[in-house]
Design a protein around this ligand. Structure first.
Ligand code: TEU
Length: 543
């Protein structure tokens, strides 16, 4: 497919005003009682997402036919729905119902690798002469039999696995069971764009591109150099600078082609690409927008997640991003996803409220993770019940704890499963009877009602959606910023400490407190004698 150059500023309005909610399908709602969440379950909760909570975009984790070693990220057929999640009819129903609810749907696109059970790989490894051999990344052993270079798997150990039949190594950036596709082979690129086209034509509004930076590796397989900053208490994966096994400069040409491919859908610019990118260096990271805004609509920004939870550090991260981006770049922030510890477990319940206010008042697109809106916590999974394949390759690093079933109500199985006595794919949190959606809806001060209020306010405010950002000095442990739109100003103050903080912001005179994370005490206040209660965040409209 011949790519068309994308226009500057071609981000659709829906993306610039999006609040994305990650639906981890396996744990959202089990509609058929097999203990596993499914697409029909998501359909049943569209009212919750669009009306009760008030988000406008959902990101669906992979629902394609999979060997389930990496919970759907190891695909066996890119154009088939896995039975465990439903069927094509349930996908079509989900798309049309979501659109009726005013929700955009972003699907996970996993282009870097397949399952080792994928027919392409079975052919690829059958012989060096098979036409599919070069669809994956293969290399000969060194003369001493060792792997061709020092590349490491994100999930532990060498990224190369010896294959007896072909007497070559294949590359797997993740699990041994997830061989990397060879994107330098045009046939692979065409086949993968064809897979993406399949779902986009069925109505998906965009792609979340998994492991996006890994698609282009050094064609000569050069070693990665050592990381001079490495300290032995870090994960061994970080002992190298990942400049040859990932984000080879050719990635930009590929991203431009992908964007051109998306722009071939009508109306032009309506289908979008979000890249899962982990480059920590912001100067490098921001290049993925494209010099001419013609690469990713946005690269995921995990800087808040990587940062220490303190007012000073979060302020630095946000200011660095604000200073680095051009007007046309869509900023984005995230604090939780299916690969990392839950917000309430990392920062505590009180600070999780600060996290909510931060995410929903910064400029750009926030991504929320299911269950964080009720303060779900990490769950200790007993050894026999662990499901994440990563656990097998790298003991103790499995990610099941943050993937447990959604806690909807106090009924059987927390309302997650319709089955009478199903064995749930992962156990529920012990706190599910007390902590779930139903009582939180009744409690005006709950975390859920805070999220709802923040989302309602954001939706009603052009200022929050489009206004500029300016940092404000407050006092120790507090991060403050103004959002400005025409002649309106809104001040956000976040107390990152468990102690009361006092500040004098006399330059602002009077303001109207619109939301407090305590969900009380709104009204006119004098900013000269400002008191922030422990762990309190406030939104104040400057009068
Ligand atoms: O993740 C990319 C990735 O390799 C890391 O986020 C990694 O999962 C994490 O650092 C380990 O704790 C994406 C998906 O989000 C993840 O769930 C998949 O396992 C991975 O790709 C492979 O498809």
């Amino acid at each position: 497919m011949k790519p068309e150059p994308a226009n500057r500023n071609s981000n659709p309005h829906w993306l610039r005003t999006a609040v994305i909610y990650e639906v981890y399908i396996s744990s959202f709602l089990d509609s058929n009682g097999d203990g596993f969440g499914d697409l029909r379950g998501v359909v049943e909760k569209l009212d919750y997402l669009s009306s009760t909570l008030g988000v406008n975009t959902i990101w669906l984790t992979p629902f394609y036919k999979s060997a389930m070693m990496d919970m759907g990220y190891d695909i066996v057929d890119f154009k088939e729905v896995d039975k465990i999640f439903g069927n094509m009819e349930s996908f079509d129903e989900l798309i049309s119902e979501a659109h009726l609810h005013g929700l955009k749907v972003v699907v996970d696109f996993v282009p870097n690798h397949t399952s080792d059970q994928h027919p392409w790989f079975i052919k690829s490894r059958s012989s060096r002469n098979n036409p599919k051999h070069n669809w994956y990344v293969w290399a000969d052993a060194k003369s001493n039999g060792e792997p061709p270079n020092n590349w490491l798997s994100v999930f532990g150990g060498s990224a190369w696995e010896w294959d007896q039949t072909t007497e070559q190594y294949y590359l797997h950036s993740h699990l041994v069971e997830q061989p990397d596709l060879n994107w330098r082979n045009p046939e692979v690129k065409n086949a993968m764009l064809d897979a993406a086209k399949f779902w986009l034509e069925r109505g998906a509004d965009g792609l979340r591109i998994d492991s996006a930076e890994r698609l282009m590796k050094d064609p000569e397989f050069k070693n990665n150099p050592p990381n001079p900053k490495y300290s032995s208490d870090w994960n061994i994966f970080n002992s190298q600078l990942h400049i040859n096994d990932t984000r080879h400069q050719d990635i930009h040409k590929l991203f431009r082609e992908l964007r051109g491919f998306l722009d071939s859908f009508q109306p032009k610019g309506s289908k979008i690409a979000i890249g899962e990118t982990h480059a920590a260096d912001i100067c490098l990271w921001k290049t993925y927008y494209g010099e001419n805004s013609d690469e990713l609509n946005f690269p995921c920004n995990f800087a808040l997640m990587r940062s220490k939870w303190s007012a000073q550090e979060i302020k630095e991260v946000v200011c660095l991003l604000e200073d680095s981006l051009r007007d046309e770049d869509v900023p984005n922030y995230t604090l939780g996803n299916h690969d990392s510890s839950r917000i309430a477990s990392k920062y505590g319940f009180e600070q999780a409220r600060i996290a909510a206010m931060l995410l929903l008042t910064l400029r750009g697109v926030p991504t929320l993770y299911y269950g964080d809106e009720i303060g779900m916590t990490d769950v200790d999974i007993p050894p026999g019940q662990k499901k994440d394949g990563l656990e097998k390759q790298s003991k103790g690093n499995g990610r099941d704890s943050c993937r447990t079933p959604m806690q909807w109500d106090s009924s059987n199985n927390a309302g997650f499963s319709r089955g009478k006595n199903p064995s749930l794919w992962l156990p529920l949190s012990k706190n599910h009877l007390k902590n779930n959606v139903e009582p939180q809806l009744r409690d005006s001060g709950s975390m859920l009602n805070l999220y709802r209020e923040l989302l309602r306010y954001r939706k009603s405010s052009l200022l929050l959606q489009f206004g500029s950002f300016k940092v404000v000095d407050v006092t120790q442990d507090c991060f403050g910023y103004l959002r400005i739109w025409k002649n309106q100003k809104v001040l956000v103050l976040l107390n990152f400490s468990h102690q009361k903080r006092e500040a004098s912001l006399s330059e602002f005179g009077e303001g109207e407190k619109i939301i407090s994370t305590y969900m009380d005490g709104v009204g006119i206040i004098n900013l000269t004698d400002l008191i922030l209660r422990p762990d309190e965040g406030v939104i104040i409209e400057i009068l």
